[in-house]
Ligand binder design. Sequence first.
Ligand SMILES: NC(=O)C1=CN([C@@H]2O[C@H](COP(=O)(O)OP(=O)(O)OC[C@H]3O[C@@H](n4cnc5c(N)ncnc54)[C@H](OP(=O)(O)O)[C@@H]3O)[C@@H](O)[C@H]2O)[C@H](O)CC1
Ligand SMILES: [K+]
Length: 517
Amino acid sequence: MKVFSKEQIYEGDRLTTERQNISSTDLMERAGTQIFNWMHLRMQGAQVPIHVFCGIGNNGGDGLVLSRQLIIHGYNVKTYIVNYSETRSKDFLINYDRIKNTTKDWPTVLTSSNDFPLINQDDIIVDAVFGIGLNRPPADWVKDLFLKFRASKSFTLSIDIPSGLYTDKVVNDTEAVVYANYTLSFQSPKLVFFLPNTAKYTVQWEVLDIGIDRDYLIQTEAAVELISKYEVLPFYQPRDKFSHKGHFGHVLMIGGSFGKIGAVHLASRSALIAGAGMVTAYLPTCGYTSLQSALPEVMVVCDKGEKQIESITYDFDATVVGIGVGIGTSEETMKAFEAFLKTNKRPLVIDADAINLLAQNKALLKYLPVQTVLTPHPKELERLIGEWHDDFDKLNKVVEFSKAHKVIIVIKGAHTITINGNKKYVNTTGNPGMATAGSGDVLTGIISGLIAQGYEPLAATLFGVYLHGKSGDIAVESYGYQSLIAGHIIDSLGEAYIDLFKQPEESSESAENDENN
Ligand SMILES: NC(=O)C1=CN([C@@H]2O[C@H](COP(=O)(O)OP(=O)(O)OC[C@H]3O[C@@H](n4cnc5c(N)ncnc54)[C@H](OP(=O)(O)O)[C@@H]3O)[C@@H](O)[C@H]2O)[C@H](O)CC1
Ligand SMILES: [K+]
């Protein structure tokens, strides 16, 4: 799913009215009515007090359409105008008139904290104060209103975006924002729903389709894309009946040091279970017996170093090389890494301490093949690109780094974001149970295993990140957040593949009908 910028959303609105020959007021009617339908479906006429707070722009206009529809359908509604400016939008004014012509209970105009109504915990708040048009911090009294929303502990439904959030920067005052339980966003989710600094402002979100011009949606290239099953399915490469292991590539997984051989074990096993034809682990000698005993399917080549990697030499042609898990950052390993990069011609997936080695010696970056995949966790990323002020600053810095070195960077987190040049891909699978030792090693293995099978590095990364998260989601059902370990993620990988082709389950109603027929 594309995540459009604010400018693209405004342009989509404009083109839609032009191409569908409707007014912007009609489009607002659609937007507000969609919100109403969503609430009506769930509330079925329940007489819970609903407080609809409307700003004076188009977000407020949407709120007024909703209020009018709620009133017409007999709901228990109070409407408020949060009068933060005298510059009211045209469509706000049209809908202000319409609501006044619908009910004698006209909206209450709020201009200061003295005007605030009583809100009980069991009431519902609808937040239509600011939409994507917010361009400066709200006035103090408006901030107080947002604080009152929070203090009431009522269910808060935000229209389009929690008021006080910008679409393209973080907020400095974390109290000058609405904390929504649910956000109904028009046409496209907003990037801020996925970033660590700003995701907390809405617990859940959903996109409502308001009929924006299809061609515009299809043809417009978005800088941000949300990656779910439907985005990764087209990557999937079916297997030919007559294929053999040679078709699925050979992963060389280089890593490990004394006490950290397990990392290579996890990454090698993941590469194999992701579908690589063959996997060879390259280890310091101390890891030989444990790896060979634990993973009979994996071949092992030993370094001359007993406890660490000291010179990387092997005599076969790998399809892809994964390097870094458990490798350490000793001087000898740095030398071996440097010599390896200078001669390697194969696609690379670089993780963990190999990223730290690159950060220590940035001159090595020029030896990375184009589209090398780097999978840093936050601390490794910071060593590589330097400190950042906030999420947007981080994203900009990673984009610059990706462009400068022509590499793909996977910013691991609750919503892992893959950056390839200007393009950002936000993953939708995964859960906090995956915050556990070795989880990253598994990801390195999966991406390497996919590249070995012939997936392009970017497709392998997006698909790999998705499958990794999905495996974690499957595993957490059996183990729970606390007890999930990296090995469980690998064990669920097969099910994650199978899930790609599962049809949505039939509803019980239609299943019953089938039985009766
Ligand atoms: N396709 C769609 O998504 C549709 C969305 N709709 C809704 O429209 C809003 C966006 O509406 P807009 O009028 O552009 O913006 P807002 O309602 O968010 O804000 C209104 C104006 O408020 C001013 N402003 C901004 N920040 C502040 C502030 N801190 N204090 C006071 N005033 C502020 C600003 O105007 P200025 O001229 O004063 O700068 C804003 O323009 C979108 O979110 C949807 O809800 C359409 O209804 C249908 C299609
Ligand atoms: K809002």
